[in-house]
Design a protein around this ligand. Structure first.
Ligand SMILES: NC(=O)c1ccc[n+]([C@@H]2O[C@H](COP(=O)([O-])OP(=O)(O)OC[C@H]3O[C@@H](n4cnc5c(N)ncnc54)[C@H](OP(=O)(O)O)[C@@H]3O)[C@@H](O)[C@H]2O)c1
Length: 226
């Protein structure tokens, strides 16, 4: 059975863990404070889930999702991620993450910073533009007419395809839209960030989840401006 490794087990990490367990994957969760602090979450997820250190979760995963504040990406373990598809859910929020010059001036994307930190891994941006409560409830079986599409971006086409396999297992279509340099198109403040999965509401975090098709997501990615 395939395994999903999670570095970060908060709102998004915990939601992905639930979707993965429901899809029949094994899940290894980790956070910054230690596996013992994840006991309740793991117990709720059932026997397919366990808690470990970030290095152990990195080593165990067929896919590894990094889902932590952007300011912490320098602490992601490097060696156990060699050769792996690493999915990055990060969004840069200066008020949370502090001033990061390369991101503030638009010269780089946060996924490019993670890729620089993990030169032997294949970083793919995904799950960053959907509110975690919407992510939890919009998963649908393959072929469902109301299946939702999520944007994915990466520099390595094979890794993008590999990440799309994970999305498919978890209940989502993947819409590939470019490289990590292009991933600004799905960052906070862009049209595809948040509202399309909340009925178009600007206050999407308080809106009911609504499916979004690949055509809708493609149009919103194309509409992004710097
Ligand atoms: N919330 C959303 O709806 C949403 C949607 C899309 C994307 N995102 C983005 O996805 C990322 C995660 O968001 P979130 O809302 O899930 O955050 P969160 O609920 O605050 O959870 C963050 C997780 O990261 C862990 N963590 C922090 N530093 C770490 C480190 N050095 N090593 C390992 N784990 C570490 C935390 O563990 P400890 O608690 O032990 O420190 C916690 O489990 C952020 O970049 C966010 O902007 C969020």
């Amino acid at each position: 059975m395939a395994t999903l490794g999670l570095i970060g087990s908060g709102s998004i990490g915990g939601t992905l863990a639930r979707l993965a367990v429901d899809a029949g994957l094994d899940v290894v969760l980790s956070n910054s404070r230690g596996p013992e602090t994840l006991a309740d979450l793991v117990s709720g997820l059932g026997p397919r889930a366990r808690a470990a250190t970030p290095a152990e979760a990195a080593a165990a995963g067929d896919w590894v999702v990094v889902t932590i504040p952007v300011k912490a990406v320098g602490q992601v373990p490097v060696a156990p991620l060699t050769g792996k598809t690493v999915i990055d859910t990060g969004n840069y929020y200066p008020q949370r993450d502090g001033e990061i010059a390369e991101l503030k001036d638009g010269g780089s994307t946060d996924s490019q910073l993670l890729q620089q930190h993990l030169p032997e891994s294949h970083v793919v941006k995904a799950f960053n533009n959907i509110f975690f409560r919407h992510l939890a409830v919009l998963a649908r079986p393959k072929g469902s007419p109301d299946r939702t599409a999520l944007p994915v971006a990466g520099d390595d086409p094979a890794a993008v395809a590999h990440a799309a396999e994970l999305l498919d297992l978890l209940g989502y279509d993947a819409l590939a839209y470019g490289t990590l340099a292009d991933s600004w198109r799905s960052q906070p403040g862009t049209p595809v960030y948040g509202p399309p999965y909340g009925g178009g509401a600007a206050d999407f975090a308080h809106a009911e989840a609504t499916p979004a098709s690949a055509d809708t997501i493609r149009a919103l990615l194309d509409a992004a401006t710097r």
